[in-house]
Design a protein around this ligand. Structure first.
Ligand code: NAD
Length: 292
């Protein structure tokens, strides 16, 4: 079994981006600028946004964190999105999800300019991804593709099972793995909460992507020998022995599954850091306006 080390690859990509930014600066070109909108005080969202902004700073990018009370109205938030769409400074931005219940997240996402939508959630980017046209690919699936590429994982003709059909992970992942490209060219099964015989389906997977948000759901008995297992899940479980009071657990029962796989991503240190690296790569594409 070999670990797919997302932490290491993420650091490597972030260093490459830092080098590119120095070259851009020396050439008098614009410094890339990522902005993040954070609404409310959800602990996990704060952690994710802070680490995204911190990573950008470290690589020499400009970054802005726009924080709003959870009482902000939908129209006020839409105005903030419009301002960022118009900003000459900001090249790309994200609106950290989830948003408070009184705000229609879809309306907010649809208001983001597709050219600044570095999370790749806007329907224009999703549509272009489906058609294999230039677009921003959603950061988590994009990060997984980068990881598969780095470790030269063979995907053509393989059976890839994706568990979870969310718009931000499962659905795009299933489409990307079925593209006529590398990584891609898999036969894909997209499983979800209504799927019957899930264990038998998972057992057929050469590549298994778990993105359902249920800690340690994927057991050894569900995994084929020598499968490649990608664990997207991140759940905070209370743990008094930890300084911050919790530990992060993936969707895969890592301890028992790892020995059966050819490759597996750890949690933490697998898909999570790759999401940040992918977001930063998208920001570089935004400043270069390469999807225009
Ligand atoms: P979500 O809740 O939007 O979607 C979960 C999906 O799993 C749904 O489509 C549902 O049908 C499916 N599902 C739920 N229970 C199931 C079951 N018992 N059997 C089969 N399918 C089932 O979740 P999401 O936003 O896609 O996130 C999934 C997990 O990935 C979460 O733990 C989240 O924290 C994590 N995540 C991690 C990153 C990262 O950077 N590593 C990024 C995004 C999400």
């Amino acid at each position: 079994m070999q670990l797919l080390d997302g932490k290491l690859l993420s650091q490597k990509i972030q260093q490459q981006i830092a080098d590119e930014i120095i070259l851009r600066k020396n050439a008098g070109k614009k410094t890339p600028h990522l902005a993040a909108i954070l609404v409310g005080d959800d602990g996990a969202s704060q952690t994710y946004v802070n680490s995204k902004v911190k990573s950008c700073d470290k690589a020499g990018m400009e970054s802005s964190l726009l924080k709003f009370e959870s009482s902000i109205s939908e129209s006020e938030l839409l105005n903030e999105v419009y301002k960022l769409n118009e900003s000459k400074e900001v090249d790309g931005f994200i609106v950290q999800l989830p948003l408070p219940k009184h705000i229609n997240a879809e309306k907010i996402v649809n208001a983001i300019s597709p050219l600044k939508d570095i999370d790749g959630f806007h329907p224009v980017n999703v549509g272009n991804m489906v058609k294999n046209l230039p677009c921003f690919v959603s950061a988590t699936p994009y990060g997984i593709l980068l990881l598969l590429e780095e470790y030269k994982i063979q995907t053509e003709g393989k059976h890839c099972v994706v568990i979870g059909r969310s718009d931000i992970v499962g659905k795009p992942m299933s489409i990307l793995m079925s593209r006529n490209a590398y990584p891609g060219n898999c036969t894909v099964t997209l499983a979800h909460s209504k799927t019957k015989n899930l264990s038998e389906i998972c057992l057929q997977a050469d590549i298994l992507v778990a993105a359902l948000g249920k800690p340690e759901f994927v057991k050894k008995e569900m995994v084929k020998s020598d499968a490649v297992v990608i664990d997207v899940g991140i759940t905070r479980l209370n743990d008094a022995s930890k300084k911050n009071g919790f530990r992060l657990v993936g969707d895969v029962d890592f301890e028992n599954v790892a020995g059966k796989c050819s490759y597996i991503t750890p949690v933490p240190g697998g898909v999570g850091p790759m999401t940040i690296a992918a977001l930063m790569k998208n920001t570089m594409r935004a400043v270069e306006q390469s999807i225009k």
